[in-house]
Write a protein that binds this ligand. Structure first.
Ligand SMILES: Cc1cc2nc3c(=O)[nH]c(=O)nc-3n(C[C@H](O)[C@H](O)[C@H](O)COP(=O)(O)OP(=O)(O)OC[C@H]3O[C@@H](n4cnc5c(N)ncnc54)[C@H](O)[C@@H]3O)c2cc1C
Length: 489
């Protein structure tokens, strides 16, 4: 049967856009369906973590990303009063104390990131159909058929696979019947561009309050409200709801006029039990939702896309080694679970009351210990996470994500990212001959030396994960096992 595309990606948010680009790069034909007529201007995420920044730099987007970074850093310092990272709004995670201080995220507002990714994906030939809302889904042994509502009417589209990148309230997840277990909200954040017309003089200073947290400043008002959860999470935030929340949190009555963007988000934490059911997969917020505490959602979702893209493309091409597509859930589900876990801890540590105040003081002191600071930094960045591969390796870097290594090839000094733009895996080694049968499927780069302690040779998957690494005496058998596990000859 002919399909409309190899893969239909539902949702042109950051995750759907990157996934579509990765699929295209690896030879599959994706089609992106998006219900919105134009990209959302909503400023949700203000940045991407180091792993996602590196994933984008591997595709040649590093400079464009960095061009936004300076303004983003200034915005962040202004709004948070600190350039440091935080755990549960304790701004003490010090980039300079981390094991690899040069591996940093980039502060870029989400709408700007989406423009950058949309341009990148369409530049590769990805088709995005806007005002196309998916309302129905059926799958059989070789096809997924979607019902789509568009301005010209309802119609059907089919593909070999469908990936739901359609956000936290994913229609694809619901229609496919993915289980989505987790925990209910304990706290609701409400934020608005707003003026306080009456009662501002009675408000306490911004910060922790008897029943939550209050933030306000010129033209903005926000509450972290542990006293109620909204009945209708889809309804727009109103002035009345915000006033009620200020009263609950502080005990003070104010009159508010909303002047611009509003946002309501809870800390419910849920994760799809598996990321694949038959020919339907999930990525990004469709696969996991959690509080935005610590700004981890984009990092997590973009790395889902990076992990899935090349695997699904290999499945489409028909040359995926056994188990490759299922390794997507195997690798990404535990990472998502860890993020849910730390956001729950952050919500608990933010709860109002004298006992939590005391706990926060203790925790804040502990964060002054470099070891604790590093552990929390690793937790928020994911830099120390390692995938559990189906083979043994004694090298500590295997399973972790590779930085943009500098190495010597002949007389030249080069960077790994020069070889990763095309989306192929890369082998850097003094002797690349053992990988000869994979030539054309793997970039083989003969190197004199790599500027990284204890690393003389490395095999990097398209998603940046280190599949194999060699020290002074590289283990050639191990290299062949890694090559066979991930890539066809
Ligand atoms: C207040 C707030 C602050 C945040 N701060 C950060 C931060 O600093 N750092 C960070 O990393 N993350 C942050 N996040 C999280 C981050 O915004 C999300 O993780 C990210 O948007 C997920 O991207 P996505 O592509 O998976 O989903 P989305 O961005 O939700 O995109 C989904 C897309 O699918 C479309 N869609 C939905 N249903 C359909 C359908 N039926 N048919 C067709 N299209 C459909 C939607 O219109 C949308 O365009 C924050 C979130 C919030 C709410």
């Amino acid at each position: 049967m002919t399909h409309d595309a190899d893969v239909i990606v539902v949702g042109a948010g950051p995750v759907g856009l990157l996934l579509a680009a990765e699929l295209r790069l690896a030879g599959a034909v994706p089609l992106v369906l998006e219900r919105l007529a134009a990209p959302s201007p909503q400023r949700k995420a203000r940045g991407v973590g180091p792993l996602a920044a590196e994933a984008l730099a591997r595709r040649g987007l590093g400079e464009r990303l960095a061009a936004h970074g300076a303004a983003g850093t200034a915005d962040k310092a202004r709004d948070h009063g600190s350039e440091k990272g935080h755990f549960s709004a304790i701004f003490k995670i010090d980039p300079d104390l981390q094991d690899e201080p040069d591996r940093r995220g980039v502060w870029i507002w989400q709408p700007e990131l989406e423009v950058l990714l949309a341009e990148y994906a369409t530049g590769l030939g990805v088709e995005i159909r806007r005002e196309h809302t998916v309302t129905g889904l059926a799958q059989d042994d070789d096809t997924v058929t979607l019902t789509v509502v568009a301005p010209h009417g309802e119609h059907r589209l089919s593909a070999g696979h469908v990936v739901g990148c359609d956000g936290g309230r994913s229609t694809v997840r619901r229609l496919t019947g993915f289980a989505f277990p987790g925990t209910a909200p304990t706290m609701t954040t409400r934020r608005a561009e707003a003026d306080i017309l009456e009662g501002a003089d009675r408000l306490p200073p911004a910060g922790r309050q008897p029943r939550g947290i209050l933030h306000y400043g010129p033209g903005m008002l926000a509450t972290f409200d542990y006293g109620d959860t909204p009945e209708d999470r889809e309804a727009p935030l109103t002035a009345e709801e915000l006033q009620n929340s200020v009263r609950r949190v502080t005990g003070v009555d104010v009159t508010v006029a909303i002047t611009g963007e509003t946002l309501r988000v809870t800390d419910h934490a849920r994760q799809a039990a598996t990321y694949r059911r038959g020919r339907v997969l999930l990525a990004g917020d469709a696969a996991h939702v959690h509080s935005p505490m610590g700004g981890q959602g984009l990092n997590l979702g973009l790395m889902d896309a990076a992990n899935l893209g090349w695997k699904l493309a290999a499945e489409v091409r028909g040359d995926a080694p056994p188990g490759l597509l299922d390794s997507y859930t195997g690798e990404r589900h535990p990472v998502g679970a860890r993020v849910l876990h730390n956001t729950r801890a952050q919500s608990a540590l933010l709860a109002p009351g004298p006992h939590t105040d005391a706990l926060r003081d203790v925790f804040s002191d502990l964060m002054d210990l470099p070891e604790v600071n590093r552990r929390l930094g690793d937790m928020m960045s994911g830099l120390a996470d390692a995938y559990d591969f189906p083979y043994r390796s004694t090298h500590p870097l295997v399973g972790r994500h590779c930085p943009d290594l500098t190495f010597k090839a002949g007389t030249r000094e080069e960077h790994l990212s020069r070889y990763t733009r095309g989306g192929l895996p890369v082998l850097l080694a003094p002797d690349v001959r053992p990988a000869g049968p994979w030539r054309g499927r793997v970039e083989l780069v003969q190197v004199e030396s790599i500027a990284y302690d204890g690393l003389d040779a490395v095999l990097v998957r398209p998603d940046g994960a280190i599949a194999w690494a060699g020290g002074a005496e590289p283990d050639v058998e191990g290299l062949e096992t890694a090559l066979r596990t991930w890539f066809s000859r």
